[in-house]
Design a protein around this ligand. Structure first.
Ligand code: C2O
Ligand code: CU
Length: 478
């Protein structure tokens, strides 16, 4: 497979290439590729382990216990983790269990803290009130002699469209470490509109939490970030080293999350086939796009159909990261008969564009720890936003990127990008988003409207090391 093969992107939705030509930052890094080849043992066959698929749980009466434990990364290679155990289950789940619920369902989750430090769980992408948002000011202390069981009870109703969201810790200055050591899981919302599409489900719908990690000499997850972020030496998918997934000759739906602390992935298939992008952070797009490469910054999600029907039985196809030159997940096609096609209606879903912003606010992501020149202060509210009004928020990166910008409390719609990879939004940036990638010297405009709750929310860089160093701000919807 030639690298060149990956760099042309076709938007089926637009019927034309809207994405410009080859970009330097998209080319596989030769050095990293070589490093990886060595790590593979210079071409000897690498042992692969079955992809872990986290258990699916309901958020009604769910107990998530944050604790120190060990987890099998594949083939009995146990690593120390800080992970969630659920409903008293032993062992812990790394990644966390997949929470699945319908729009309209009530969420009652108890977080228990058995870590040696404070924690708090945030529901990334869930539109909930301030009290349930997992703001760092609500962090709970570790359990101790004085507080034998330190808990936080969440209680909210899901009122938003079908999407893949996720949950992870958000304690001030400790988020990077706690996420890295194993606390993150998928939170899937279903609704009637999505159900009507008859998308692949059951064993044909697979969540993929892609991240990186470095293992120390004892094979434990080692968190040693630099100011520029935490870049692990190997990929993990669903907490599995060198994973494979046996697939039938059928169409699969992959619910993908970039759960890395700092690393951006450029996803592609080793056979150069297209992946059909049908959704992202905020759920289904209005139209599908057939793409040979999808960029995902940390915190971003994509919803992708991969069609293995025409693949010969016995073939292996690799999901790769073209940025680092990594093999992420091997699909092993192993069925004789061919599954049925998936036909998608047009439009896939309805998204009403936000229009007519009344205010423009500018946010510059400065150095590695500041927004508009200021580091985070838990007690400071940096701006207020009127409830129910559309605004234009302009995010600017002044170097030290990439900075994936994330907003709590509302989804937004990407309008434009200038500088860097400037131009129209990429196909995976259409529709509703809550996280958008800023590469160095890019400016991205989004329209946003807070029409669910008043209260205090966060804007921050989702490179978790930047966030922990202070690239975060409080604002209040009034
Ligand atoms: Cu995924 Cu404020 O976080
Ligand atoms: Cu940043």
């Amino acid at each position: 497979m030639k690298r060149r093969d990956f760099v042309s992107l076709v938007s089926a939705a637009m019927g034309t290439s809207i994405l410009g030509s080859c970009r330097k930052d998209w080319i596989e890094t030769e050095a990293l590729h070589e490093e990886m080849m060595t790590a593979r043992g210079g071409g000897t066959v690498l042992t692969r382990y079955p992809l872990k698929i986290p258990t699916v749980v309901s958020p009604s009466g769910l107990i998530l216990d944050s604790k120190l434990s060990t987890s099998d990364l594949g083939g009995g290679q146990f690593s120390n983790v800080w992970a969630y155990s659920y409903n008293g289950q032993i062992p812990v789940s790394f990644p966390g269990p997949t929470i699945r619920a319908n729009r309209g369902d009530n969420v009652t989750i108890q977080l228990q803290n058995h870590l040696p430090e404070e924690t708090i769980t945030h529901w990334h992408g869930m539109i909930v009130n301030h009290e349930n948002d997992g703001h760092p000011m609500h962090a709970i202390p570790p359990s101790s002699v004085a507080i034998p069981l330190s808990v936080l009870d969440y209680n909210y109703t899901i009122n938003q469209r079908a999407a893949l969201n996720w949950y992870h810790p958000h304690p001030h200055m400790l988020t990077g470490k706690q996420v890295y050591l194993g606390q993150a899981g998928a939170f899937i919302i279903n609704d009637a509109d999505e159900l009507a599409l008859g998308l692949p489900s059951g064993e044909y719908e697979v969540p993929l939490i892609i991240r990186d990690a470095t293992l120390d000499s004892a094979k434990n997850l080692s968190y040693k970030p630099s100011a520029g972020g935490m870049f692990g030496k190997i990929p993990l998918v669903n907490g599995t080293i060198s994973p494979y997934l046996a697939v039938k000759r059928a169409v699969y739906r992959f619910r993908i999350l970039n759960g890395a602390n700092s690393r951006v992935f450029g996803l592609a298939l080793s056979n150069g086939a297209t992946m059909k992008l049908i959704g992202n952070d905020g759920g289904l797009l209005t139209a599908a796009s057939d793409l040979t490469r999808i960029e995902m910054a940390n915190g971003e999600r994509t919803d992708v159909l991969i069609d293995f029907r025409s693949i010969l039985n016995g073939t292996n196809i690799m999901l790769r990261d073209l940025r680092a030159g990594w093999d992420l997940l091997e699909f092993r096609v192993n069925s004789a008969s061919e599954g049925s096609p998936v036909s998608l209606p047009a439009p896939l879903s309805t998204i009403i564009p936000l229009t007519g912003p009344v205010t423009t606010r500018e946010f510059s992501f400065d150095a590695m720890s500041k927004i508009n020149g200021k580091e985070y202060d838990m007690d400071r509210i940096d701006w207020t936003v009127p409830f129910g009004v559309t605004e234009r928020w302009r995010f600017k990166a002044n170097g030290n990127g990439p900075h994936p910008v994330h907003v709590h409390g509302a989804s937004f719609q990407v309008q434009s990008r200038t500088g860097g990879r400037g131009g129209l939004p990429f196909p995976w940036e259409l529709g509703w988003k809550d996280t958008v990638l800023l590469e160095d010297f890019e400016t991205v405009d989004v329209f946003i409207r807070f029409d669910a709750f008043r209260g205090k929310y966060l804007l921050h860089c989702h490179k978790l090391e930047h966030e922990d160093m202070g690239m975060m701000a409080n604002f209040e919807v009034i």
